[in-house]
Design a binder for this molecule. Sequence first.
Ligand code: GAR
Length: 217
Amino acid sequence: MTEKKRTAILISGRGSNMRSLVEAARVPDYPAEIVLVIANRPDAAGIAWAVEHGLPAVVIDHKDYASRADFERVLQAALDTSGVELVALAGFMRLMTPEFVAHWHDRMINIHPSLLPSFKGLHTHEQAIAAGVKIAGCTVHFVRAEMDSGPIIAQAAVPVLSSDTSETLAARILEVEHQVYPFALRLVAAGQARRDGEKVVISSDVNETNRLYSPGI
Ligand code: GAR
């Protein structure tokens, strides 16, 4: 296998998606290696897990910086010091400047708990329930300056039940997030997700009829 892509995971909270990426990356032939975890909040539960599991982990508290650009300068320095090639946002709830996003163009990915382009922003599960959709899910995409937009790498779908609350729907979606994010990072790190305009083309040696793409009902 060619060199593993040096990957950083950025979190703001619980870090369950981070854990799924870290666990996937333990498999010897996985094409990405997690070399750094960064939290922008000192109380992010995920950072404690990362430290406990021996991962290089730092808190860069955005509140310590006067501007978004100042915060990102420190973030960038940490990424550079660790030789990071790919950035995976995993519940990182901080908007980034267009300059930072441009620097990581096609090298920064995000997971969002909706089937984009539907239901961007906050309260996505409430938005899905309010809209009455019968299928919801999650999306992994390359990050662009506009929030929750960018070429879609992979999506996973789940049913929305009439009895759902935002909590039950969030839990059902989170389960597939933990499958689709490692799958999408694998595609990107292995060079199997090629951008063509603002669409992503998956290489022909990947089975695209994978169950991750269907609701399984
Ligand atoms: C996940 O559901 C993720 O998709 C969402 O935050 C949660 C983080 O959970 N991200 C966004 O809403 C980004 N717009 P986690 O910390 O347990 O991974």
